[in-house]
Design a binder for this molecule. Structure first.
Ligand SMILES: NC(=O)c1ccc[n+]([C@@H]2O[C@H](COP(=O)([O-])OP(=O)(O)OC[C@H]3O[C@@H](n4cnc5c(N)ncnc54)[C@H](O)[C@@H]3O)[C@@H](O)[C@H]2O)c1
Ligand SMILES: [Zn+2]
Length: 365
């Protein structure tokens, strides 16, 4: 078992086969009481939710399973309320511990439920998608979507533990695996050139979900996200680093009506924002070439599926939280593994014409 400590108080335990090894798993749950509510979506219920509840019961503790329909469109206040009503029906009280097992939708939703049920009950996250392992379950934020936007309602409520079993990735669809890989590439770009090299060298091993390579990558990504989370509490500017590729990425998701997945949109965002850094003379041509090649190695998109009007992209970016007085700001790569500081933080204003020029790269050179 590899253990990392978060500045937010929880520990992260990473071990291949953890979920199917009660001798390791149950002692990690023991401090959190004898009544557990397992929350998962309908896909994860038969794969990991039910087995987890069975394993908890084998220790002589209570475990009730609460599942909800899978998918981002169910990450809502309605689903939260439904789960709460079912908890109340079961007369669950504040001696409860929530076990959230699944992807980021589940960790976000169950995190929010745990944060407010009986004014907060202990929460343990067991991420089963790569996205949830390296991103959604770290940092202590949760939330739900409303028609006005994503994650607009939620809290900051760190879990007690994050328990990662990379063996669960074996059942994940390749498309979902790649959603997490994009965040891993982002982690290498913002913080660690050796990790970027690793993702280059072992791309086929990682795509094949080889135990050692995947676990090594998860551990490094967790380290990087946790380091930025820790620095964010001291120094506000650092948190923007996690936004690399996301300024363009979010705009692309939005204007294509979410036809592009988050990962695909961020992969394209990394290219455009990398191109911007290169045009501004911050990033070497060869570094940009390596970013392109790495995205291609993981069969992530290098071009838009259909042309997109740049003015719509630009208009959408104005809603980005980094935008100030109508000027979008970007995390600026200086090299593979580092970004450029800019007046106390890590986002830089860029002229519209330059953003447009960088964006042209997506329309086939
Ligand atoms: N709180 C944060 O800081 C944070 C950060 C990043 C992302 N997120 C959130 O995470 C969500 C996306 O997470 P996601 O990509 O994990 O989506 P998801 O939870 O919808 O999971 C993707 C799909 O994979 C299925 N699945 C999960 N684990 C599986 C497994 N091991 N085998 C087979 N199928 C499995 C799920 O049922 C689902 O259909 C978004 O809502 C996003 O806002 C939150
Ligand atoms: Zn992301």
């Amino acid at each position: 078992v590899i253990t990392l400590q978060s500045s937010l108080g929880y520990s992260i335990q990473i071990a291949h086969g953890l979920l199917s090894d009660p001798a390791t798993l149950l002692p990690l749950l023991a401090p959190y009481g004898k009544r557990f509510a397992v929350i998962c979506d309908h896909n994860v219920a038969p794969l990991y939710g039910q087995p987890l509840a069975d394993s908890v019961r084998s220790a002589g503790w209570q475990a009730a399973l609460f599942s909800f329909p899978a998918g981002e469109k169910h990450k809502t206040r309605e689903t939260k309320q439904d789960l709460e009503n079912r908890f109340l029906q079961e007369k669950l009280g504040s001696d409860l511990c929530v076990l959230a097992i699944g992807g980021g939708v589940t960790t976000d939703l169950a995190g929010y439920v745990a944060a407010t049920y009986c004014r907060g009950v202990p929460l343990i996250l067991l991420p089963t998608t790569l996205m949830a392992m390296v991103d959604a379950s770290l940092g202590g934020k949760n939330g739900v979507n409303v028609p006005q936007g994503k994650n607009l309602i939620g809290t900051r409520y760190p879990p007690k533990q994050v328990l990662i079993d990379p063996a669960t990735l074996q059942t994940l669809r390749e498309q979902e695996l790649k959603e997490g890989i994009v965040e891993m590439i982002k982690h290498g770009l913002i913080a660690n050139p050796a990790y970027f090299d690793f993702l280059e060298t072992y791309a086929s091993n990682i795509l094949a979900r080889e135990e050692n390579m995947v676990t090594t990558a998860i551990v490094e990504s967790c380290r990087i996200k946790e380091k930025i989370v820790a620095e964010e509490t001291l120094e506000m500017g650092k948190r923007h680093l996690l936004n690399l590729g996301h300024t363009i990425g979010h705009a692309l998701e939005h204007i294509t009506g979410y036809a592009l997945s988050h990962g695909e949109a961020v992969a394209l965002g990394l290219l455009v924002e990398g191109q911007m850094a290169q045009l501004l003379g911050h990033l070497e041509v060869d570094a940009l070439r390596r970013i392109r090649a790495l995205i291609a190695k993981y069969s992530l998109p290098l071009q838009l599926p259909r042309p997109v009007d740049f003015s719509a992209i630009f208009a959408s970016m104005l809603y980005d939280k980094k935008t100030v007085s109508g000027q979008p700001r970007f995390v600026m790569l200086g090299s593979i593994g580092s970004c450029l500081p800019c007046s106390g933080n890590y986002c830089m204003p860029v002229e519209e014409a330059l953003v447009a020029k960088a964006f042209d790269a997506l329309h086939g050179n």
